[in-house]
Structure formats: structure tokens, C-alpha cells
Design a protein around this ligand. Sequence first.
Ligand SMILES: *[C@@H]1O[C@H](CO)[C@@H](O)[C@H](O)[C@H]1NC(C)=O
Ligand SMILES: *[C@@H]1O[C@H](CO)[C@@H](O)[C@H](O)[C@H]1NC(C)=O
Ligand SMILES: *[C@@H]1O[C@H](CO)[C@@H](O)[C@H](O)[C@H]1NC(C)=O
Ligand SMILES: *[C@@H]1O[C@H](CO)[C@@H](O)[C@H](O)[C@H]1NC(C)=O
Ligand SMILES: *[C@@H]1O[C@H](CO)[C@@H](O)[C@H](O)[C@H]1NC(C)=O
Ligand SMILES: *[C@@H]1O[C@H](CO)[C@@H](O)[C@H](O)[C@H]1NC(C)=O
Ligand SMILES: *[C@@H]1O[C@H](CO)[C@@H](O)[C@H](O)[C@H]1NC(C)=O
Ligand SMILES: *[C@@H]1O[C@H](CO)[C@@H](O)[C@H](O)[C@H]1NC(C)=O
Ligand SMILES: *[C@@H]1O[C@H](CO)[C@@H](O)[C@H](O)[C@H]1NC(C)=O
Ligand SMILES: *[C@@H]1O[C@H](CO)[C@@H](O)[C@H](O)[C@H]1NC(C)=O
Length: 446
Amino acid sequence: MELCFKFTTPTILLLFLLSCFFFPSTEAYDALDPNGNITIKWDIISWAPDGYVAVVTMFNFQQYRHIQAPGWTLGWTWAKKEVIWSMMGGQATEQGDCSKYKTGNPHCCKKDPTIVDLLPGTPYNQQIANCCKGGVINSWGQDPTNAASSFQLSVGGSGTTNKTVKLPRNFTLKAPGPGYTCGPAKIVKPTKYVSSDGRRVTQAMMTWNITCTYSQFLAQKTPSCCVSLSSFYNDTIVPCPTCTCGCQNNITQPGSCVDPDSPYLASVVSQQGKTNSFAPLVQCTSHMCPIRVHWHVKQNYKDYWRVKVTITNFNYRMNYTLWNLVVQHPNFDNLTQIFSFNYKPLNPYQDINDTAMLWGVKYYNDFLMQAGPLGNAQSELLFRKDKSTFTFEKGWAFPRRIYFNGDNCVMPPPEAYPFLPSATIRQNVSFINLLITLLAIIFACS
Ligand SMILES: *[C@@H]1O[C@H](CO)[C@@H](O)[C@H](O)[C@H]1NC(C)=O
Ligand SMILES: *[C@@H]1O[C@H](CO)[C@@H](O)[C@H](O)[C@H]1NC(C)=O
Ligand SMILES: *[C@@H]1O[C@H](CO)[C@@H](O)[C@H](O)[C@H]1NC(C)=O
Ligand SMILES: *[C@@H]1O[C@H](CO)[C@@H](O)[C@H](O)[C@H]1NC(C)=O
Ligand SMILES: *[C@@H]1O[C@H](CO)[C@@H](O)[C@H](O)[C@H]1NC(C)=O
Ligand SMILES: *[C@@H]1O[C@H](CO)[C@@H](O)[C@H](O)[C@H]1NC(C)=O
Ligand SMILES: *[C@@H]1O[C@H](CO)[C@@H](O)[C@H](O)[C@H]1NC(C)=O
Ligand SMILES: *[C@@H]1O[C@H](CO)[C@@H](O)[C@H](O)[C@H]1NC(C)=O
Ligand SMILES: *[C@@H]1O[C@H](CO)[C@@H](O)[C@H](O)[C@H]1NC(C)=O
Ligand SMILES: *[C@@H]1O[C@H](CO)[C@@H](O)[C@H](O)[C@H]1NC(C)=O
């Protein structure tokens, strides 16, 4: 006997509540990148008269979450009375109180220093390898050659043996806002360095690692991206859910968004840009999101079907560099062609190939311009139909999940999806479909 359920709003709501209740969000778990983390490696490369010289490298092992301008900020608390004598490839934001040092003028005397990267164009004698990119780090999935950032520091007052050095504590990573949680430093096998001719291997005096993981929940309370849908077979354009990222409220919060037709647009944008520049300044829309991703089912051929994806930036205060999109759809295992975006399959679970990472082509559309006529990027995807699964019914042609820059984009409710004119209004959903929906909801809650 076939097990069938009616796919109604109350059912979905009930499932959602149940699933969120039974599967509380595990802090920093991302189903599409289960091992994603930023690992900080601290290598003591030599001992100094009163301490050591170390190279600290951050590796962004995340598949699709990069660190964009204005870049990372790394902090920690010294375990003893350490001092930073000098730095290369990075700098402490504050020197602190160095009055007890009669000679030498240390770089930073704070108990809890805060380090930032140097800017591009730093003089060569202050650079080291992998530094000076203004704190921007690409993701491992997008560009592993640019997924690390390093700085060097000379530390005093730490002791000069691997027994007397105490590991710094309470690492904090801002990238640039909140979202990351760092674990404790752990001593690992000393890093080995192979000389450029490959004929000699040297090693660090001592090495420790710190692992930091991301949680969207910590990063922000409200979503920052939403999805709208349309299709060639139905005139309805399903917009982003109203108030996804905020509500327009002219009475209590005048000026919370910007009318694109306002003659004062330029002055509002430049004036507000000078105040607090992290908060987005969005164009007035019903969803109030900085980013909208539109998925249009464009054409149907005998053996193929075609989708057009458009990313629109509604934020007047942000140019998104190195942006990326992660899309989950069962037909990605038969993606045949993609235009003007880069593509890479993500296979967190080896055998399931339904998730794609898409990003812009360098110098062409890898720079998603601030809100306005240029604030969008588009691509078309051509999929080969797998006859056993392909259908335009029940919203199958729409994505299951979309992330922009690693943050979940809110989808319209399933019952609002445009449907085939021939389909009956009441739809039965098989047990398998229900299971998939349930799983999707569980992941959405985590
Ligand atoms: C961090 O990511 C790397 C690369 O994916 C992985 O090998 C390592 O196990 C991860 N570390 C933790 C603590 O999850
Ligand atoms: C310290 O150095 C000694 C001798 O080189 C080594 O045996 C020991 O494992 C090191 N300890 C740590 C914590 O690295
Ligand atoms: C590290 O942070 C925890 C919690 O924020 C705090 O209780 C602890 O005192 C801090 N440790 C140091 C060495 O600052
Ligand atoms: C420490 O970090 C380095 C660089 O990310 C990595 O290669 C190494 O496997 C890590 N060691 C442990 C024990 O996690
Ligand atoms: C806010 O003002 C805009 C333009 O003046 C108007 O279109 C919109 O309906 C107003 N919204 C509310 C909630 O009053
Ligand atoms: C975005 O880039 C354009 C062109 O480089 C520049 O004019 C504009 O000021 C930038 N906007 C922001 C918010 O950085
Ligand atoms: C996933 O599908 C794409 C597109 O068909 C293909 O290029 C890629 O090799 C597949 N990856 C795996 C691991 O099967
Ligand atoms: C779609 O991809 C799967 C897995 O890669 C493969 O087994 C199947 O034959 C493909 N279907 C078509 C129609 O190409
Ligand atoms: C298109 O889909 C909507 C649901 O989003 C439905 O209300 C409408 O009747 C459909 N149009 C046609 C012509 O079937
Ligand atoms: C839904 O399933 C029931 C029982 O299996 C069946 O009688 C009914 O025709 C189905 N309705 C639709 C719209 O498929």
C-alpha cells in the first residue's frame, strides 16, 4: 500500500515545529560543508633572547564562506606577561601601555592584542608570504591558492623553551562581523618546511593549532537573502516572502530604506555611508533583503531544460567581491552547461551530487556592484533530463536550498510555487518526498 499524506500548510508547519523541537540546532554545523572551519596555525620558527619569532597562518578550509573586505580581525589573551616586540605582514590595532619598557618601544603591550592584516601596497620590507591583502581570504572551494593569510610576530616575555611557553587563550575571530567561535589552542606536530629545491627539510620549534567554526545563528539575527521564483509555464512570479529581512515601516523608522527613484538618492547614500558602515542600507522592497536570488525556469526542450539565475544586490552600502552561491537541486548531477559563472560540484556526502557552488568569472562578474542599474549578475544553466526523475510538477524544477556567501536564502513557502496549469490543486506527496522535505527542514533549523 502506498503511504500518502496531504501536503497542506498546517502539516508543513507542524513538521517544522516538530523538527525544530526534536533536532535543536547544533551550534556551528553546516550540512553542506560539515567539516568547514578556519584553522589558525601558530609556528614558532626560532627562539629569541627573551622569547620567540612565530608565523601565524589562518587557513580557510571552508568550501564557500570567504572573508571579504574589510577583512579579518584576530584577538587572543596572553597566558603570561608576553609582549609583541615587532610584527611583519600584520599589525596590532592598539599599542597599549608600554611605559614599563625603558628601551625598545614594543609594538604592542596589551594583554589581549587585536591583530589585523596590512593593506595591499605595503612596502616589501614589511611583508611576508600570504600577507597584506587587507584581511580578505578566499574560500577553499573557490580558490585554494588564496585561502590563507599570514603574519609574523616577535614575542618577548614568553620563555624560550617548549616547556616554558604557555599557549595564548581565548582566541576570537571576526570576519569582519561576529559568527566564528574558536576552540582552545592545541599543541600539534611541528610543521615541516621543505626547501625550494626539495633537498632539505627544516621544522618549527613548536606548533599549535586553533580551530574556528562559523554559525549563522551567531552572525546575525535576521536573514540577509531571499529567493523569488518564476517559470515559463505559469505567469505568476512568486516574490520573496514579505518582511523576510525586515519590514518597511514609514512611521516608526522613516529612512530605514531608500527609494530608488528619490532625487536625493546619492546624498542619502553618501551621507549614511559615513556613519555606521556595517549595517546594510537597502532599497525599499517588500522583503527588505540586501540580496535576492531569482530562479526562472526558462525553457523546456526534449532532452534538456534551462534555468536563468539572477542575483540582485539591493544594498547601497556594499559591493560584494568574490561572491558565491551554493544551490541544491536534484538535477545538478546532470548539469550540462553553465554560462558566465564558474561551477564546482560540492559532495559533502560522496554519493549525492545535487549541490553546486557557483561564483563569478574573474574581471567579468565576480564583483557584484552595489544597488543600482549594475547591481546584478546573471547566468543560465542547462540541465539534461533524467527521465526517471524529471518533472515540472510539484515545484520539482525549483531549487531546494540556496546560500549566498554562505548564508541561507529564505525560500517562498512551497504551496506558493507556480504550478503547471494542468496539475490538480490538491497534491499528494509520497512518503519519500515528505522525507526529503522533512530533512530539508531539519537542515534549515540547524
Ligand atoms: C578543519 O578542516 C580541515 C579540512 O577540511 C579538516 O581536515 C579538519 O579535520 C577540520 N578540523 C576540525 C577540527 O574539524
Ligand atoms: C619539547 O621538546 C622536547 C625535546 O625537543 C620534545 O621531546 C617534546 O615533545 C617537546 N614538547 C612539546 C610540548 O612540544
Ligand atoms: C576567557 O573567556 C572566558 C569566558 O569569556 C573567561 O571566563 C576567561 O576568564 C577568559 N580567560 C582569559 C585568560 O582571559
Ligand atoms: C594543524 O593545522 C595545519 C594547517 O591547517 C594542518 O595541516 C594540521 O593537520 C593541523 N593539525 C591538527 C592535529 O589538526
Ligand atoms: C512607505 O512609503 C512608500 C513610498 O512612500 C510606500 O510605497 C509604502 O507603501 C509605504 N509603506 C508603508 C508600510 O506604509
Ligand atoms: C562600489 O564600487 C564602485 C566602483 O568601483 C564605487 O564607485 C562605489 O563607491 C563602491 N561602493 C561601495 C559601497 O563601496
Ligand atoms: C557531479 O555532476 C557534475 C555535472 O554532471 C559532474 O561534472 C561531476 O563530475 C559530478 N561529480 C561527482 C563526484 O559525481
Ligand atoms: C545523470 O547523472 C547520473 C549520475 O551522474 C547518471 O547515472 C545518469 O545516467 C545521468 N542521466 C542522464 C540522462 O544523463
Ligand atoms: C500559477 O501558479 C499559481 C500558484 O503560485 C496558481 O495560483 C495559478 O493558478 C497558476 N496559473 C495557472 C495558469 O495555472
Ligand atoms: C491522492 O491520493 C489518494 C489516495 O491514494 C487518491 O485517491 C487521490 O486520487 C490522490 N489525489 C491526487 C490529486 O493525486
